[in-house]
Ligand binder design. Sequence first.
Ligand SMILES: Cc1cc2nc3c(=O)[nH]c(=O)nc-3n(C[C@H](O)[C@H](O)[C@H](O)COP(=O)(O)O)c2cc1C
Length: 164
Amino acid sequence: MHRMIVLYHSRTGNTEKMARAVAEGAIAAGAEAVTSRVDGFKAEHLRDYGAIAIGSPTYYGGMAAEVKKLIDESVRLHGSLDGKIGGAFASSANVGGGNETTVMDILQAMLIHGMVIQGTHVGDHYGPVAVGVPDQRALEGCRALGRRMARLMQAVDGRLASGA
Ligand SMILES: Cc1cc2nc3c(=O)[nH]c(=O)nc-3n(C[C@H](O)[C@H](O)[C@H](O)COP(=O)(O)O)c2cc1C
């Protein structure tokens, strides 16, 4: 299943720009990738993707309530996201405003689902972050996340069996 979804919440467009760049990177690496706002996205549809990237603006140092709502709804799928590829990205207003803690907030939920997350030794180690409108550095980090998630999904090719 070489399909990836890039889910995001965004009020003022910053995280949305990052989401588009993540999808661009995945498509450039040969994956099928779509973006979707979290609002109205049914948690059950997470099953349909081999890779799931989630982006959020930083709200008080963590993910937006809209993103948390989807994650909490995903309890209905508990166990069936095991082995899927995960990744996260975040926007904030301030340097040191909590964008990394927001990425970790999302990755923590993904790990609880048993998802597989690849960090990076260059750039933003946990996942791409931006301050305000994403600049070229941040957008390239987003494209790199998409590429790396797509390649991992293709390499795994369903061989990561679900279960203990
Ligand atoms: C309710 C709320 C809480 C916020 N909390 C933080 C914060 O803790 N740290 C920070 O740097 N920015 C904070 N911001 C600013 C947003 O994270 C920032 O403007 C972000 O780029 C918005 O992304 P968007 O354009 O995708 O909506 C907050 C904004 C709102 C509306």
